[in-house]
Design a protein around this ligand. Structure first.
Ligand SMILES: Cc1cc2nc3c(=O)[nH]c(=O)nc-3n(C[C@H](O)[C@H](O)[C@H](O)COP(=O)(O)OP(=O)(O)OC[C@H]3O[C@@H](n4cnc5c(N)ncnc54)[C@H](O)[C@@H]3O)c2cc1C
Length: 491
């Protein structure tokens, strides 16, 4: 196709990925961002002498990022470096059980055998089953539009579809049931169930197909960018600029202009700007409710239940903990009860706690003898709860649980604090109800009910980012940019 003038609304990871791909293909690309910084959820904050990655902390599938630099014919090493983790996560239970999830599946299996007394083959078989699910269906469901006939007619996809009967257990059973079939120890079931939270879902409802997620983390690996997660944003922003993408910050788009069922540009500050194509990286819900108010709304798609949100305390801690690593999980005693509370819009009184300490890899992130704790629990998306009350109570319960598990008096160690909750996630990034990953995947049709990467009603209008296909999380947001740019190239 001939070169077009394209506008991207939002400089989140999906927006940056789309802009880079379109600029590399020779299009003129302008990105409008409401904030005064790029990256959306993938940003950082500074508190006194402590630096924190504010949002994502786990980096998987770096090949999707590498692809952008290959496409742009740039050497990624000039922008970005990363290393593979040897221990992916440190797991803790209140009964004193501790388990290190080693990157090497054999070491991980040996650790599970030693600490939990389960045969090592349970772990290696579970990871092999996860790899199989990915190889049978991953490319179809993650890297292509599910809403274009062409996808379903390709030989590769036809092969995937014929394999689906082999996966019926995974399709029609919950993740939890699928894990229970393979793993004999309830703590290992809980550990593998946790992967549902990687897209804000509930393992007791989400289909077993989501057990594809451990494949990314354990078979391919978990990684850490030199300098912290925020370097992903910095690298993509620099690459986009080097390709000639124009960025306009503090520029909230007010309207997508549509004439004769075709997107023709945007409106900012009551000024009209013309474009050949418009891509929204804004959450799809406010895209329709705020920028397309005079257009017909896809009610069914927009009413799909949201993923969970998060409550995060960024704590400067005046102590170093040898038993903690970069990623740490302090599990709840009753996982099912914890998810039942989330479903009911509440926070359980014993929530699973995730502690990320980038200081373990980036010495400059906290002063000598101190650590920067990104301390997070899953919470429901905002539906009008009394957040002040919920946050105050959750803070006390989290501190008490950390004290019990690590035998400390945490309150005495906290030297500074900042909080992120569903309300501030929504106000800072535009995510409807503060959901981290758009809609949840708690039913087998979720992948098909997520909004496609294009509008079927309005020509030249496209969507990328975590609220649309293929879903949330850095890797999938990067892929949404790939799908959008391929759709535009073939239009
Ligand atoms: C606390 C937290 C932890 C997470 N942990 C992980 C993790 O460990 N690993 C992982 O892979 N993922 C994680 N995620 C999810 C991941 O961060 C997101 O899926 C991803 O960053 C979303 O990218 P996006 O492209 O959807 O854009 P977003 O980050 O949602 O950004 C959208 C952008 O659009 C802008 N915008 C909105 N409205 C307008 C407008 N009208 N005009 C102009 N601009 C507008 C916003 O300001 C924002 O910058 C986490 C998220 C959070 C919040």
């Amino acid at each position: 196709m001939e070169n077009s003038k394209i506008c991207v609304i939002g400089a989140g990871i999906g927006g940056l990925s789309t802009a880079i791909r379109l600029a590399a293909a020779g299009h003129t690309v302008d990105v409008y961002e409401a904030n005064d910084y790029p990256g959306g959820k993938l940003t950082e904050i500074q508190l006194d002498n402590f630096r924190f990655d504010a949002g994502p902390s786990l980096f998987t599938m770096p090949s999707y990022l590498e692809d952008l630099f290959l496409l742009a014919k740039k050497n990624i090493r000039n922008y970005f470096e990363y290393e593979k983790l040897d221990i992916i996560c440190h797991y803790f239970w209140e009964d004193g059980t501790r388990l290190k999830a080693w990157a090497d599946p054999k070491d991980f299996a040996a650790e599970a055998e030693k600490m939990l007394g389960v045969p090592a083959a349970e772990i290696t078989d579970t990871l092999a089953a996860s790899a199989k699910k990915y190889h049978l269906t991953g490319t179809t469901f993650l890297e292509k539009s599910l809403h274009k006939a062409g996808t379903w007619l390709s030989p590769e996809v036809a092969r995937s579809v014929t394999q689906i009967p082999m996966l019926t257990g995974a399709v029609f059973q919950s993740m939890h049931r699928d894990n229970e079939r393979r793993l004999s120890h309830p703590k290992l079931v809980q550990l593998f169930d946790r992967f549902a939270t990687y897209n804000g879902s509930n393992p007791y409802k989400a289909p077993g197909m989501l057990n594809i997620i451990p494949h990314f983390e354990h078979n391919i690996g978990a990684f850490f960018p030199k300098g912290g997660m925020h370097q992903i944003t910095q690298a993509l922003y620099q690459l986009a600029q080097d390709l000639g993408v124009n960025f306009y910050f503090n520029q909230p788009v007010e309207k997508i202009r549509v004439t004769g069922k075709r997107a023709i540009g945007i409106q900012i500050d009551r000024k009209n700007i013309d474009y050949d194509k418009v891509v929204s990286n804004m959450d799809v819900f406010p895209t329709y409710k705020k920028l397309l108010t005079d257009q017909s709304q896809p009610h069914r798609t927009l009413s799909q239940p949201r993923s969970t949100s998060a409550l995060i305390f960024y704590w400067g801690i005046k102590k170093e903990f040898k038993e903690l690593g970069l990623h740490n999980i302090l599990f709840s005693k009753n996982y099912q009860k914890e998810f039942a509370a989330l479903e009911a819009g509440r926070i359980d009184d014993d929530p699973t706690i995730y502690i990320n300490i980038s200081k373990k890899r980036v010495k400059a992130d906290a002063p000598e003898g101190c650590e920067n704790w990104f301390t997070m629990i899953n919470v429901p998306a905002n539906s009008g709860q009394d957040w002040h009350e919920l946050i105050t109570r959750a803070r006390e319960q989290m501190i008490a649980k950390i004290d019990r598990t690590l035998q400390v008096n945490l309150k005495e160690l906290i030297v500074c604090e900042s909080v992120l909750d569903p309300l501030s996630i929504e106000s800072k990034t535009g995510s409807y109800q503060g959901a981290l990953y758009g809609t949840n995947s708690n039913n087998i049709f979720a992948a098909f009910l997520r909004h496609p990467n294009f509008s079927s009603k309005i020509k030249d209008l496209y969507f990328c980012g975590g609220s649309v296909h293929p879903g949330g999380g850095i890797p999938l947001c990067l892929l949404s940019g790939k799908i959008v740019s391929e759709l535009i190239q073939s239009s």
